[in-house]
Design a protein around this ligand. Structure first.
Ligand code: RNT
Ligand code: ZN
Length: 419
């Protein structure tokens, strides 16, 4: 390890010790927190269905950066490059449309475990856990904007079957990998303009979810999650799976609730929702994202809100009940770099949160010293966490500072640019 990184770390360690924080213990804790990388950043949510149709249903990816992954092998190679530049052991979040169908037309209501065996074998070899998502979009049967809440019973049944199969596949993934698979359901259903009937689609949606989640599966293998949303492109006036619908569902059925940072009003933050919803739901899934003016899914930066999310998880001791996933898609920059930047930021935010003298802050607050609380929170912002971060990267054999980017550039030149 380079001397300057070590000596900066030992000075930082002293400074944190003065606040009663043990940096070595923080780094041990940090190493145990997995982040689930979203496979869909690697290919702009395209997937591998032979008759794949254009992305829609409220989702949009902008940018034309060259070199996107076109096959499962290319996507895995890109992911391996990204993981090699991210400290710690993490997970992969797969979508059902990323199955390996070998050019065969396998519709969503026909997917089977065998289509994901390649991913499971690869995850096992890489020491990664897998999470899974049913794909209720980019399909002719979602073209009218409705899937699980569709008024057409045959279409509803088609999507219910998809959901049921996704749970079974997810449970098998979790069992094979020895780590529970979080299986997330997000459905785009909604109307562009004001509905005459807001009730019936929600009733159909809840009934469809009950069918999908009916089979009792072992929570050691699979954890069911439901993701809400305020609006999407083309569903501006009405989204069936609103926060209230999903929250009520998750509370009453004791499933996980998925909070996506881009799925609320721009003035609303999920950091404030964590300790709220965990009063009622057993566990949470986070889709850490960054909305700019809308649910734009920008690469996660080390923003105030990212720090607030991480602080909430640490201060509330919620890390054991929260599964952290990322959800953004940017095709205007190198896609491997997008994974690396966003994931490293998530880890940095968790590290900064763990470096907080939490007991001290809470006791200042409990004593009513609100001046002292604000003063301490602000002074903590200039503590030498950069030195701790660089040490952590080195300790985990990944480049500290900006050196990781030259490795992405080399990979781009040798691999991605040849696609
Ligand atoms: C859509 C949701 C959903 C998707 C992914 C691809 O607004 O955020 O999670 O982004 O499933
Ligand atoms: Zn999401």
């Amino acid at each position: 390890m380079s001397n300057s990184i070590e000596s900066a770390y030992s000075l930082a360690k002293e400074r944190y010790a003065e606040l009663g924080v043990d940096t070595d213990a923080v780094l041990d804790r940090l190493r145990s927190i997995p982040i689930s990388l979203h496979c869909w950043q690697g290919d702009d949510v395209t997937g591998f269905e032979p008759a794949g149709i254009a992305l829609g249903d409220g989702l949009a990816v902008t940018g034309k950066y060259p070199g996107k992954a076109r096959t499962p092998d290319e996507l895995r190679a890109d992911l391996e490059k990204a993981y090699s530049l991210i400290p710690g052991k993490h997970r992969l979040n797969l979508h059902a449309l990323y199955g390996e169908f070998g050019g065969e037309k396998v519709d969503r209501n026909q997917i089977e475990l065998k289509h994901f065996q390649g991913w499971i074998d690869w995850a096992k070899a890489q020491g990664l856990g897998l999470d899974f998502n049913a794909s209720f979009f980019s399909h002719p049967k979602s073209a009218d904007g409705f899937t699980l809440a569709n008024a057409d019973e045959a279409i509803r049944e088609f999507w219910i079957e998809h959901g049921i199969r996704c749970r079974q596949i997810g449970a098998a993934m979790g069992e094979e990998l020895g780590s529970p698979c979080v299986m997330n359901v997000w459905a785009p259903d909604g109307y562009k303009d004001t509905p005459a009937d807001r009730k019936a689609p929600r009733e159909r949606f809840v009934a469809a979810l009950d069918r999908i989640f009916a089979e009792k599966l072992d929570r050691a293998h699979i954890l069911d999650a439901l993701e809400c949303k305020l609006f999407g492109i083309g569903s501006e006036c009405y989204v069936v799976g609103s926060h209230e619908v999903c929250m009520g569902y998750a509370v009453s059925r004791q499933t996980l609730l998925c909070l996506d940072a881009g799925h609320f009003h721009p003035m609303e933050v999920i950091s404030d929702k964590i300790s709220s919803v965990l009063q009622y739901v057993p566990e949470l899934l986070l889709h850490v994202s960054r909305g700019v003016r809308w649910d734009s899914d920008h690469v996660v930066t080390l923003s105030d809100e990212l720090q607030a999310i991480a602080c909430e998880l640490v201060r509330g001791e919620f890390l054991d009940r929260t599964h952290i996933g990322l959800d953004y898609f940017d095709a205007s920059i190198n896609r491997v770099a997008a994974w690396v930047i966003g994931t490293r930021n998530m880890i940095k935010a968790l590290m900064i949160a763990l470096l907080e003298p939490g007991v001290k802050l809470k006791s200042i607050e409990a004593a009513g010293d609100l001046t002292g609380r604000l003063a301490m929170m602000e002074d903590l912002k200039v503590m030498p966490f950069g030195a701790v971060w660089e040490y952590y990267c080195r300790q985990n054999d990944v480049p500290a500072g900006q050196c990781w980017l030259s490795q992405v550039r080399q990979y781009e030149q040798e691999v991605q640019s040849k696609r």
